[in-house]
Ligand binder design. Sequence first.
Ligand code: LLP
Length: 426
Amino acid sequence: MTQPALPGHPYFSYRDGALFVEEMRASELADAHGTPLFIYSKAAMLAALASYQRGFAGRHAQICYAMKANSSLAVLQVFARAGCGFDIVSGGELERVQAAGGNAGKVIFSGVGKTRAEMRQALAAGIGCFNVESEAELDVLAEVAAAMALRAPVSIRVNPNVDPKTHPYISTGLKDNKFGVAHEDALRIYQHAASLPSLRVIGIDCHIGSQITEATPYLDAMDRVLDLVTSIEAAGIDIEHIDFGGGLGIAYNGDTPPEAEVLWRELLAKLDARGFGHKKLMVEPGRSLVGNAGLCVSEVLYLKPGEQKSFCIIDAAMNDLPRPAMYQAFHAIVPLALASQAQDQRYDVVGPICESGDWIGRDRALSVAAGDRLAVLSAGAYCMSMSSNYNTRGRAAEVLVDGASARLVRQRETPADTFKNEILLP
Ligand code: LLP
């Protein structure tokens, strides 16, 4: 029987025709916990992190996992125990970091719409840095910190205006995006920040987008940011750290993003060449740490042959795997058990939700029957964290595999769970 390789997924493999996650048979986990089921490989997460760690060896650098990619507590524990800080975008994410035993001092708080309450919460927790995204936010933060008799550590997110060459919904560093302050306004805003006694300016940051698969946009953004550091420091404001954001892509469909280690070797060479090699570095990777560490197992409910198209209806849907519906994203779909005599047919793989947008894969060659199970790959990032209860579907269960052991880390949500906060009329 052929054992197709799963490129980009070294911790997933077929053994005698059965899909394994590390040393665990995926079908056994689905038998035990039902479907849809997210399965994560701890070794895959740590290997992705190790690539960054090798890239930064010998440097003063802090990796802050952008937890919006996957904020499940067990995932946070894996990264916290490996020494990561976290990039958060809400007070809710800060609570998750704390619940997972993460160090608030290694938390950076990004996002264009921080509320006063979130600022107070983060100041009280003693987070490492606020990545401020506008002048208005800077003033509010100064006010909130002053009222608490604290000094808020700040970095200002600058918009380097480079094209990350990715999907428009996930590019963030262009002029017409809502993120960061314009390059030409940055120096003035830094001077303003430095004049506010309840703020302590410590860094500068940028983030140009997500699923970036080449080095050039990073190199261009670095040049733009370093130009600013030069002018800000010339104005007498010390920049202790430079945060280059996240955004490194993963292989979804034959994409060939650079390894983190390789990308950073190139970026650090530029940093050194421009005389900034001594600065503390921060990065905020999300997808590249978890995306290809997870898959979602789903059962085929029905096959529906049609004249124009045939449909393979599975029990996972856009509420579990929202990326195809939102970004026309591609996720590879593979069987849990390889058929001995594969007779591929082409199907649109769709979920049970009442929307034509509820598709998971289009025009896929599959050899399947009702009752078979499929794995949707690259499902570790921006799937569970973006899931919803649409159609009153409970969120899926999650399992974390570590070698030959597996642990349920999220129970499947029941329908009653989904409406437990609602209040019936008298
Ligand atoms: N830092 C900031 C300020 C961000 O806005 C983001 C992602 C990251 C770091 C992490 O980026 P990553 O390394 O994961 O590319 N839901 C979309 C992706 C949205 C990304 C939003 N910001 C998707 O599923 O493709």
